[in-house]
Design a protein around this ligand. Sequence first.
Ligand code: COA
Length: 166
Amino acid sequence: MQVTITSRRPSLWNRYRELRLASLAESPAMFGSSWERESTFGEDVWRGRASHPGAFIASIDDADVGIGGVYEIDGRWSINGVWVSPAHRGQGVVDALVEACAEFVVARGADAVHLGVIDSNARGVAAYTRLGFVPDGTSVTLPDGRVEIMMTRSLSGEGGQPRAGR
Ligand SMILES: CC(C)(COP(=O)(O)OP(=O)(O)OC[C@H]1O[C@@H](n2cnc3c(N)ncnc32)[C@H](O)[C@@H]1OP(=O)(O)O)[C@@H](O)C(=O)NCCC(=O)NCCS
């Protein structure tokens, strides 16, 4: 099954919006934002988000099946907002999204990429572990009490080469 990754297409803002809102509706406990909040955002916000070169859409054939991105926050690169539609989980979509993020930051000279995952998200932790992330020993408690485990993947020596995944 071929997963296609697309980035930086402001014209795709509506596809980006649909995926992001679907992720917030389907997995509300796994993200730091909410459908209620983001469904009020206007076209300008979505066009801005879809314009970011590190924001990726994953598709299989003509269907959009996943979303995720990598952003420079406080001087380090963090993967955020990863979601795969339930019907397409376990098919390598998260691998393709994470590799796109890793290649993006390697091309910008980074030697590591980071993310936070809610501690109850066993499937997410397992997927990220398979993809080379290890807990960095820190966690963040969100305002609502949920705890995010911080994980890091070293990119030293990868030179943009994809890691063996599914
Ligand atoms: C997290 C997510 C992106 C992973 O993508 P995916 O396609 O489901 O991931 P995969 O199926 O490739 O990998 C999941 C791993 O978890 C394992 N797994 C599945 N269900 C599990 C469970 N209930 N508990 C523990 N592990 C589980 C699988 O066996 C697999 O591990 P393996 O590769 O070592 O066999 C996807 O599940 C998702 O979108 N979840 C909802 C949103 C979310 O949690 N996003 C992440 C926010 S940080």
